[in-house]
Design a protein. Structure first.
Length: 145
């Protein structure tokens, strides 16, 4: 399993380039792509889960910081909330939350694209194998039609 996001992205780009150049009659390349895409998808999903945990942790900290600054700024709830939402520390905390959320969405989109490449490559592989297989028996349509 890959742990470095830059390494994951490099591997994704390699698989994407191979998929983009894939010929519909190349069973061995289709099989290689589906195998690599499947393995890489699991790594991206692990990164997404780690980002999800970080997102929840940072969101909890941002809410706690905002509540603390609100309480320290005023005895009135509404006034304290208005003051705390403009505080630079609170703005920085929520910016960090949105950055992690954006990263997680990008990772999820990449994992989903790897899944589509997997299934498209699998379909190509199966079609090539079906086209090259000899018919079995007189009444069965296993091979060429």
């Amino acid at each position: 399993m890959f742990n470095d996001l830059a390494e994951l992205n490099d591997n994704y780009q390699q698989i994407y380039a191979a998929f983009d150049a894939l010929d519909e009659t190349d069973a061995s390349m289709a099989f290689a792509i589906l195998k690599d895409a499947s393995a890489l998808q699991a790594s991206f999903e692990k990164v997404s889960a780690d980002l999800g945990k970080s997102l929840m942790d940072y969101e909890r900290r941002a809410k706690a910081l905002q509540a603390k600054i609100s309480r320290e700024s005023s005895t009135k709830v509404n006034e304290g909330d208005r003051i705390s939402t403009q505080h630079p520390d609170v703005l920085d905390a929520w910016e960090r939350v949105s950055d992690i959320q954006k990263s997680q969405r990008y990772v999820d989109a990449t994992a989903k694209h790897l899944s589509r490449m997997y299934f498209d490559s699998k379909l190509i592989f199966e079609n090539v194998c079906r086209a090259t297989r000899q018919p079995v028996g007189d009444d069965k349509l296993v091979g060429r039609i």
